[in-house]
Write a protein of this length. Sequence first.
Length: 583
Amino acid sequence: MASGDLLLRAHAGAPVLARAFPCRLRVPASCRRGLMCPLAAAKTDVAGRVRPSGAAAVQRRRQRDADERLSFSRVVTSRDAVDEDEEDVEGEALQLGAVTSGGESVGVDGSYLSDTRFDQCAISPLSLKAVKDAGYERMTEVQAATLPIILQGKDVLAKAKTGTGKTVGFLLPAIEVLSTLPHQRNQLRPAINLLVMCPTRELANQVATEARKLLKYHRSLGVQVVIGGTRLTQEQRSMQANPCQILVATPGRLKDHLENTPGFSTRLRGVKVLVLDEADRLLDMGFRRDIEKIISSVPRERQTLLFSATVPEEVRQISHVAMKKDYRFINTVKEGDEETHSQVSQMYMVAPVDLHFSILYDVLKKHVAEDADYKVIIFCTTAMVTKLVAEVLSQLKLNIREIHSRKSQSARTKVSDEFRRSKGLILVSSDVSARGVDYPDVTLVIQVGIPADREQYIHRLGRTGRKGKEGQGLLLLAPWEKYFLGTVKDLSISEAAVPAVDSSVETEVKNAVRKVEMKSKECAYQAWLGYYNSNKTIGRDKSRLVHLAEEFSQSMGLPVPPAIPRNILRKMGLSNVPGLRSS
Ligand SMILES: Nc1ncnc2c1ncn2[C@@H]1O[C@H](COP(=O)(O)OP(=O)(O)OP(=O)(O)O)[C@@H](O)[C@H]1O
């Protein structure tokens, strides 16, 4: 028996091990540190494992916070930042009384907030009033660490864990910069002074909503979004009818406006502050071209802010594409600390693909039964696989909503708004919800199949455990996807045993799968093949890929894999690969 089993028995009693869904325990880092939860108020996670109670977690954080204060360190960890201004930075932070020790995003009282109040900072009375109306009193750690440096006019690359207030972190100081510029109230097409780039439409809308809150009393400043999903002319009309100095945009649609909206490029010459939210995503290959074009369309003399929960080394290397050489890297995640939240329990499960629907159903039923306020996000690899999973789970009478790029924008917005407001819902999503989206009180995040990379795993998981709350994560992998665990081995992910699925559940699931339309299955198969074909590890060996795709097709109840249009096979570089049928 693993040592973790003994610990659990001692602290939580036998019921944990007697559950139908026991986990093979790898003792989480928190337990290895000898910090076990008390029996009282203990909860279980998706694998039936006991999770630390809120009080225990807070106590643990307090202890760690105290330790961190003893080893007071700098917020600026960038080599690039080691310049003549470095002393200033620490001085500023001290003056503000910010918790600059980095590490867990935990403040003095065990919450995710710092001990600095907004009214202790040099921000305008108008902003302060809006911040109060929004219900924010104390700054989060990343806000406290970045605000003084941004107000100094420096370019900033900031890294802080998910759900710790990065949006206000860049919006508030940017609005402060704008509020010092002369603005005419009724100007029809004012210069755009603040441009915020986001990788998804949902995130862009959310950032604009947060900006509107902060602009409540800045009556001469307006905000607009350009995100696509509607006709370009509609956005052009809306921009004309509602003058704005702040624009929140997705890269593709912004480029469209640059190329097709008269006078738009002139308006962009007024940009004083450029923000790349989810900067690592915007700077990766998928967006790089558009972003470079956008950067070349705004003035060189500007302030640039890059924010994300993940900043891989490659992004540091290329950040000069966007920022001045003397930019500051503000990292509120202390070296050696995990990039995920300790109050979010993370599990993984490895099972053959043909069991995945049954396992999902089993995990969801248990979670729904255990938590009346459940709010779950299931991430799938592609839009069409998302659709398929949503359809199967809907057939099983779970309360399912579906969101992905193949849905109309109005449907996406409707589902997104509903999920934000509600409880008792399961959102099946592609990566359109992976980054930045702030759905409150998500209780469980399930990732089915490998995420695109380590960063995406962290961002998806980050939809739960926001603002210091607890949450659970489950990564469901096929045996041949297990290699992915090597990329997240520094995170506290424990293995959960595969639940025993009884035959009645199996039949129920099979019937549900059978009821799903053939078209959905064909599309899912094709999308699945495309996704794993472009995966460096799995896509390398084409005959193995075809064999694995066949397993996936069988999991959808198809005895023979669907045929794929010849031109699509060619685009995927899979023409003439034995085992694939073309149509
Ligand atoms: N100072 C504050 N006090 C209380 N709540 C805050 C404060 N600042 C921001 N928030 C709230 O915290 C939540 C998370 O903020 P936000 O979405 O900006 O996080 P994030 O760090 O950008 O997350 P992600 O990495 O997922 O993008 C939001 O609901 C926001 O309104």
